[in-house]
Ligand binder design. Structure first.
Ligand code: HEC
Length: 163
């Protein structure tokens, strides 16, 4: 009986370990892929790439904002998103957050509704300039989507109404 219990306990721990590893791996892969997206070319800057101050209730600080080519397809001639319009699948929006003149962190969202990490249709992450993870996509936007669902928002983005 004791032996049976011992085997059972070992098996459970092995299973638990495997599960934790897989979970970490998914997070890291997702963050790495997002970072590749952040570093890709073809982005269009919002408001000529001017540094903008975070507006209440933003927790992000001074920032520059850019859109990948897919996201840019739905912006109007002044680079704004008309209310009611949604970003297409594959859209990437990168917020470069600065402290003084130094790039602090990339806050990034990618429209990929079918992804298991997605919440409200977007994958949410914060990545350090060296590509390491600050806030993993594996958190499924917990701590992001609540505020980004606040009124007013446009397809869960907040910049267009505040800047
Ligand atoms: C308390 C509110 C709040 C929380 C929490 C928050 N954000 Fe934001 N976020 C904002 C606001 C407001 C803006 C508009 C720009 C500005 O003034 O900073 C913004 C802008 C952004 C943008 C640029 C696109 C847009 O929405 O305009 C990205 C990308 C972004 N946030 C990512 C994130 C991620 C990732 C998280 C979670 C780790 C997060 N945010 C958490 C309020 C929030």
């Amino acid at each position: 009986m004791q032996r049976f219990l011992l085997v059972l306990i070992s098996l459970t721990s092995v299973l638990f370990l495997c599960f934790s590893c897989t979970k970490d791996k998914i997070d890291i892969d997702e963050d790495r892929m997002l970072f590749e997206g952040v570093m890709a070319s073809g982005f269009q800057y919002y408001q000529n790439g001017n540094k903008l101050p975070g507006a209440a209730p933003s927790p992000h600080g001074n920032f520059r904002l850019r859109f990948n080519e897919i996201a840019a397809t739905v912006l109007d001639s002044s680079g704004e998103l008309t209310g009611g319009t949604e970003f297409p699948q594959g859209s990437i929006i990168v917020k470069e957050v600065y402290s003084g003149n130094n790039l602090d962190v990339y806050a990034v969202i990618k429209k990929e509704s079918s992804n298991t990490a997605a919440a409200k249709g977007w994958i949410w992450a914060e990545l350090n300039p060296d590509g390491t993870t600050h806030y993993s996509a594996g958190n499924k936007g917990q701590g992001c989507t609540g505020c980004h669902s606040g009124a007013p928002n446009r397809d869960f983005t907040r910049t267009f109404d505040l800047h």
